[in-house]
Design a protein around this ligand. Sequence first.
Ligand SMILES: [Zn+2]
Length: 482
Amino acid sequence: MKKRRKLMLGVLAAPWLACLLACGGETRPNVLLISIDTLRADHLGVYGYSRDTSPALDRLAEESIVFANAFSPAPRTLPSHVMMLTGNHPYRMGISHGGDQSTIPSDARIVSEILQESGYQTVAFVDSSSSGWLGSRRGFARGFDAYHHAPHRDDLFYDFDTAASVDAATEWLDGQRDGRPFFMFLHTKSVHAIRADTPRPDDRIFPYDKPAPYRFRFVADEDARFTWSAADLGAGTLYLNALNKAYFHGTKDPGDFPKQRIETLKALYDNGIAYTDHHLGRFFDALRSRGLMDDTILIVTSDHGEAFLEHGFFKHGITVYREMLHVPLILRIPGTPGRRSVAEAVSIGDVPPTILQQLGIPVPPEMEGRPLIGDAADANADRPLFAFIKHRLTPATGAAIRQGDWRLIYDRTRADGGAEARLYHVSEDPEELHPVPGEGERAARMLTELLDWRDRGEVKTGPGIEIDEKTLEHLRAVGYIE
Ligand SMILES: [Zn+2]
């Protein structure tokens, strides 16, 4: 508690905030929210990773508050971003899985709407089509003066490319700012697995693939020879999806997948992190060279992680174990000294209230997330954090509750099994590999709370959308629909 109080005082010492308090809110800082889709925290240097995947983010972290235990509410793009931008759990809005036609309910407030009403110029660059997971037709463009869907350039080799997004965002900084403070939301899918039918420089199909020199940054060309395909399973990302399905139905055993190939797959994934980090580094340099870094609250986070068979599956979207939910959360507030680390479990739904609180804008009472800094943060340590997933291609479901040092997972991840509850002591077993026996009372209490939460169901839902043919084609190519 002492540590947090100090943190609050440090933030209050920020020059712009002092002015904000004294000047009636006339000199609010800019806000830049970066979401690096599919980025698990523990593959970044700042979170202790052994590979040099993230020099630019590591440098940023040296001047930031680093949340060591930040979690998304669902291992999928749509529901997680709903929480990241509204501060409310997507499950309450009927957005539980994402492979569907859900939209953000019209009366749910997006942080962009609040900032726009508070005098901010608002702009977004997202790696999504208009009916994709982050599309304007799902409601995400509300509160944005300009909402730019990918591709951010016409001649891209890959569908989504951080390089192009960063160029577009930098051009916007130079050309379209109008003197008001700005809120920019930058979302990139350059870490995400790529669609199986993406054109390639050769005939090799990798689930994760980036341009040279990043293509073989962490794995030698000859070591990546494994083709990531099978006649009956498809290629690239579809191959991994088909394996997931086979693991769920028990027709294949994840234990048979060669360990060395898991390491190769991780290296291919890490190539995408290094590529993305390089281009974000360019963007941070662009902010610095324009003198904007000291006038901008910068937040870097992700919507979910990525699995490499830790609990029997690849990719994301199936379970609520740590590898699919643990994301980075790096908060740089100008004027606060050095790096600080916060160990308490927090949610990406805490991002909107934290932004509003830092700007001196009232946090709407219905916002479930909580400010991460200051007095209010003192109450965060013991609150329950919930996660939920209903898989699109199998009847897999999962729900989880985290409270303090404990996490209870209640899921069904095998076709021949019912739902099971498992309790983990997360500080002793962060990877959630060894369920704790003999804590029956605690497990029962947490399960009751989790099921109560789940069964309270939806509060409000948005109207469905028709998904356009181009987006459907894309969703098939990455295996989200069949
Ligand atoms: Zn995602």
